[in-house]
Write a protein that binds this ligand. Structure first.
Ligand code: URA
Length: 432
């Protein structure tokens, strides 16, 4: 077998065998297959798709490309969470401390930004000192002793996904159903959870823009979960507009800290409460979803989830004084308002356009090696359904230079549509 034959087969739309998929995953992980050969195959997969059997083989091969964590010494009911990606999605930063505040152990391997979507690891790294790349032993110790750990994919867990994920981001292959399903489920299987809650985003700022394709992705990941003996619940959530007020790495950490202190945006709260209540149910200790929702709202207001977040930051080397006083986060040098050109209601705030504007501003990467600017981002004052007057502030752009700010103000103005209709939003679309 050689890689050229495998690329050729997928290029002409044929089905790859389990052996061919394993050969590719092993070869790319060991660096026997080059980036450009892998890029060719990934592009062919992106264009021609994969059968269900191919996707399952790819997921299992990626999960087996490194260690499979055994967390049974901590609990036999470890619950994990993952999102298919969004703009302004700071849910993990709020949700995990909430779950840990109920004594349910959580350990999660998160990603960096992918395409226009943000990454929890980039956000956490805006906290001075926070270490995302700790050893497996430390990861386990933190879950055991503090009840929570949040790390990057630096351990030997699904290393094939780490390489393929970074490659996809820079060759425009992010929005492929087989690649998303295998990426997420390989990480979840390798990280050792017994049950998984998946936030499957749907809309202009998500990889799946239509409800039908989001449902298909959810069904696919549930099937992989079942085959891998992981109970899996999918929650379809709306990603037509950015989630919450902030988009940008340190700005989202600040919003998450506010949320953990009870100052939480309605759309963020709805997603956090829904996902948390399902995770609590899967933990085996909290069977009633309605009761769980009330408990979660309480945890966001009684300071318990905030205390857990502080413990997490401290344990992983972060400077907790930034969490106690978020004014310490360095601000971008230029803050420029986006003003409304007319009066009316916000009918649209296109999360896809916001995500693209954010990447240009420096929130995300265009090349694999690009560094990101943790200070830059956007704060939205007006969202879908809000009334707005002429010259009122729609949003603020936090930029590294005046030129970037001016360019971004224009891009954000184009992301808004102001009209006469008051739109009623729906954040949770469906639980599957
Ligand atoms: N999150 C992942 O981990 N992988 C994807 O492909 C998309 C979102």
């Amino acid at each position: 077998m050689n890689i050229l034959e495998v690329i050729e087969k997928k290029k002409i739309g044929q089905e790859l065998s389990k052996e061919e998929i394993e050969y590719f995953v092993k070869g790319y992980t060991n660096e026997e297959i080059t980036d450009y050969q892998a890029a060719a195959l990934i592009m062919a997969i992106c264009i021609n798709g994969m059968t269900q059997d191919e996707i399952v083989s790819l997921t299992i091969a990626m999960a087996n490309s490194g260690d499979i964590l055994d967390l049974s010494e901590i609990s036999d009911h470890i619950v994990d969470k993952h999102s298919t990606g969004g703009v302004g999605d700071k849910v993990t930063l709020i949700l995990l401390p909430v779950i840990a505040s109920f004594g349910i152990p959580v350990g999660k391997m998160s990603g960096r930004g992918l395409g226009i979507t943000g990454g929890t690891i980039d956000k956490l790294e805006s906290i001075p000192g926070y270490k995302t790349n700790i050893s497996i032993d430390e990861f386990k110790r933190n879950i055991k002793e503090v009840g929570i750990s949040l790390i990057s994919q630096t351990l030997n867990l699904a290393p094939a996904d780490k390489k393929i994920y970074a490659l996809r981001d820079t060759i425009s292959c992010t929005n492929s159903m087989p690649l998303i399903a295998s990426s997420i489920m390989s990480k979840k299987i390798a990280a050792g959870a017994n049950a998984i809650v998946l936030d499957v985003t749907c809309g202009k700022g998500a990889f799946m823009q239509e409800k039908d394709s989001a449902k298909k992705l959810a069904k696919l990941m549930s099937l992989i979960g079942k085959l891998a003996k992981r109970e899996t619940v999918c929650v379809l959530t709306n990603m037509d507009e950015p989630l919450g007020k902030a988009v940008g790495n340190s700005l989202e950490v600040i919003e998450a800290v506010d949320a953990l202190n009870g100052k939480i945006e309605k759309d963020v709260e709805e997603v956090v409460v829904t996902l948390a209540s399902q995770m609590m149910k899967l933990s085996g200790k909290y069977p009633n979803v309605i009761d769980n929702k009330k408990l979660v709202s309480e945890s966001l207001r009684n300071g318990k989830a905030f205390e857990k977040f502080k413990e997490l930051v401290k344990r992983q080397g972060g400077d907790v004084t930034y969490i106690e006083n978020t004014n310490k986060f360095e601000k971008a040098p230029i803050i420029m308002p986006v003003l409304s050109e007319k009066e009316g209601f916000v009918e649209e705030l296109d999360a896809g356009k916001v995500g693209k504007a954010g990447v240009l501003l420096g929130i995300g990467r265009i090349n694999k090696e690009d560094s990101i600017d943790s200070k830059v981002g956007l704060i939205f004052e007006k969202k879908i359904g809000d009334n707005v007057k002429k010259d009122e502030v729609l949003a603020y752009v936090h930029a590294s230079s005046k030129e970037k700010a001016i360019e971004c103000v224009e891009n954000i103005r184009n992301a808004y549509r102001i009209g006469n209709k008051k739109i009623v939003k729906k954040n949770i679309i469906e639980i599957m």
